[in-house]
Design a protein around this ligand. Sequence first.
Ligand SMILES: N[C@@H](CCC(=O)N[C@@H](CS)C(=O)NCC(=O)O)C(=O)O
Length: 427
Amino acid sequence: MASGTLYTYPENFRAYKALIAAQYSGAQVKIADNFVFGETNKTEEFLKKFPLGKVPAFETKDGNRLTESNAIAYYVANEQLRGKNEVEKAEILQWLGFADSEILPASCAWVFPLLGIMPYNKQTIEHAKEDVTKALSTLNIHLLSKTYLVGDRITLADISVAMTLLQLYQYVLEPKLRQPYVNVNRWFQTIVNQPQAIAVIGNFKLADKTLEYDPKKFQAQSGKSKKEREHKEKKEQPKKEKESKKKEAEPAEELDAADEALAEEPKSSNPFDNMPKGTFNMDDFKRSYSNEDEAVSIPYFWEKFDPENYSIWIGEYKYNNELTKTFMSCNLIGGMFQRLEKMRKQAFASCCLFGTDNDSSISGIWVWRGQDLAFTLSPDWQIDYESYKWTKLEPSSEKTKELVNQYFSWTGTDKDGRKFNQGKIFK
Ligand SMILES: N[C@@H](CCC(=O)N[C@@H](CS)C(=O)NCC(=O)O)C(=O)O
């Protein structure tokens, strides 16, 4: 029987395919411990095994590796799910292709902007809605006289197509929008209410109301300057956002992007250049933080910190009640960091996400050169900062010491007692 380790973030609809298939077959699928999306899948160790750095990814107990959610689901499935004859097997492949080509791009184009993880473009969304309509109409006709997509039992076709429709039914297909597709609705409910599906995705709730576009969620993307976009395109390689606690990289390497951004501008355009350097060496501290345990790097920070020329701040996200999935909140933090390239030279931050899905908060401790709110120094740094409440901390106070220790070591709770969940380092 198939067994192995699945690398994924929680609630990944692509990973659900394999997890549900495994419920049918009894395959032993262990979800990798401590997987942090955007970090674990960008490590050298992960990329050596799975060069695209994408999830889900699967490693069998014998060390064979698989990517592509459909292939993983196929591997962990059983005979029933794979189809009982050649025609059924081919039909299943047909529906897997249909899900990936006809549903998925349109679903992402419609849902992701509403979740704030893709730019909003009305025309793109209208086009996506048309594509979803075509796909649902096709399915509706097919399911008029059929209980399942292929044959007379559930197969991988049902699992893959239903999982690809999941976000549409969850976020946008409110009753009025799904009403024309009675056969698809009936079939979808049948699939997601199978005990094997419930064991993975829980009790699924159909959308009551289409999620509304919220520019605040989206502002991080829409406010990007042309220059930043060009810069990002140039660096198509996975960003060296090596904030992981594994700390495998030297800060010098991590500063590449900052150096590039600086090189694009005349030197004097970096606001930090006009400020006294003081005695605190940001690079040395970053090196210590990257390479040594916090038991060493935090005392090092306090020993070297120069309160006359550098300041410490706490930034608290203002819209915590709008945070939903924790992986999306982490993307929000990561996005902000990416848009602050030039600031990296003389700034450091540890931002933490506390809590769990639908009950979380974001806050971070920031250190930068100068005594004023650094974001006001350059228009390039002003995309995200207004979404946070900024408070300057008194470096000599015990309270500041406690906060710095907590945020630098990724421990403790937020003000409301939510436990530390994930952290990201800006350096
Ligand atoms: N066709 C692939 C798509 C995998 C994929 O795009 N995964 C996304 C997350 S759901 C990912 O890992 N992205 C990380 C990246 O692009 O760096 C599948 O079905 O497994």
